[in-house]
Design a protein around this ligand. Structure first.
Ligand code: NAD
Length: 352
């Protein structure tokens, strides 16, 4: 029997909505059949791309041939669209950040459960190769026991000049990029969080944060430094990972970087002092070449399922969602803690 194809309507056909359209072209079991956007020009683009242009959300929901609603609007309207679509019996994929608060998210999940429909969030950066490499290095204990990691994205172009600069639309970099980096972080360890300290940055004078730095401690002793910046003319590496036996750096999405570990075959070699500035140091001298191993950063094997194939398998009851709603909820609670710690200028000790 041929696999069933699920018809998708995209709500919000801007940058990300149209990107979903492109991505789904190579997906065997999902097909975009139509689009709804509140801006006429975007509807014209959709028509030019061969999609039906629905005049309203209700028109999408009334169309029984639509199986899936994909929400790619600005963040403030995700909730109302998601709830309407679920109530109309559609399965829903929603862009990140799914909602602006964790309680709004639970309202959606409640309706999805009542209606027995699949609701999932497009946390696509779980499929990023840099993240999958970092996770594999940690899981395989290539660096021994993990005790600290730093994960950053930094640009110099400010906040893109639209709704992302406005609070009412759920703008700001913590919600925009923070949600990806924190989502990745919480997949790296099973440990509960012990405390969070953070600062939001307002260098550009917008009403929303143009970046943030956060320091997160886990109960198992792991510490993490998560940072997003939009005013960084020189950027720091995407990942810096420290274990008891070595250190890894993944510089960028191009997967450049290095992994250096202790060589277990060689006993400790006392470093020779080096000239450093106006002094000598042995502490900060590089480890001897014989006592360390330099390992390549290897591209991970292709993921077993794409986001969309997983979504279809979940609808068909064949598998668990790759992005689980309880994971999405935990990330939103962490984001709320970061807003709170930044506002109160205090460290929050709370287990989540
Ligand atoms: P965008 O401004 O380019 O597009 C948003 C579109 O939604 C616009 O065409 C706008 O006219 C339309 N719109 C606004 N309100 C609407 C409504 N009520 N009904 C129908 N259409 C409406 O924004 P974008 O960059 O595409 O971001 C959209 C969503 O995708 C956001 O939630 C954003 O965070 C997310 N996003 C995710 C990723 C990712 O990698 N997962 C990347 C970029 C954006």
């Amino acid at each position: 029997m041929d696999d069933r194809i699920y018809n998708v309507a995209i709500i919000g056909y801007g940058g990300m909505g149209s990107y979903h359209g492109q991505l789904m072209e190579s997906e065997p079991q999902v097909a975009v059949i139509g689009v709804h956007d509140i801006v006429e020009y975007r509807m014209e683009l959709a028509k030019a791309g061969g999609h039906k242009a629905y005049p309203s959300l209700d028109a999408v929901l009334d169309d029984e041939s639509v199986d899936v609603v994909l929400i790619a609007t600005p963040n403030d309207v995700h909730k109302e669209i998601a709830i309407k679509a679920l109530q109309a019996g559609k399965h829903v994929i929603c862009e990140k950040p799914v909602t602006i608060t964790s309680s709004d998210f639970m309202d959606i999940v409640e309706v999805a459960n009542q209606k027995n429909r699949v609701f999932t969030v497009h946390q696509n950066r779980r499929w990023d190769e840099d993240f999958r490499i970092a996770k594999e290095i940690i899981e395989k204990k290539t660096l021994g026991e993990l005790f600290h990691l730093e994960s950053r994205v930094q640009g110099a172009n400010g906040i893109p000049g639209d709704w992302r600069q406005l609070k009412a639309y759920g703008g700001g970099m913590l919600l925009d990029w923070g949600v990806h980096l924190l989502d990745q972080l919480l997949l790296i360890t099973d440990s509960p969080i012990e405390s969070v300290a953070a600062t939001l940055s307002y260098v550009l004078g917008t009403e929303v944060d143009d970046g943030f730095t956060s320091y997160i401690k886990f109960k198992d002793g792991l510490t993490a430094f998560i940072e997003v910046g939009t005013t960084n003319y020189v950027k720091l590496p995407r990942w810096y990972i420290k274990g008891t036996e070595g250190t890894a750096v993944i510089k960028d999405w191009d997967l450049s970087g290095e992994i250096i570990t202790r060589n277990p075959e060689v006993a400790h070699i006392e470093p020779k002092p080096i000239q450093a500035g106006q002094g000598l140091t042995k502490t900060m001298a590089p480890p001897s070449e014989e006592s360390t191993l330099t390992l390549p950063i290897e591209k991970p094997a292709p993921a077993a399922q794409t986001f969309y194939t997983n979504f279809v398998s979940v609808i068909e009851g064949k598998t668990e969602p790759a992005v689980k709603n309880e994971e999405v909820h935990r990330v939103l609670v962490l984001i709320e803690m970061i807003f709170e710690t930044a506002e109160t200028k205090s460290v929050i000790h709370r287990s989540i």
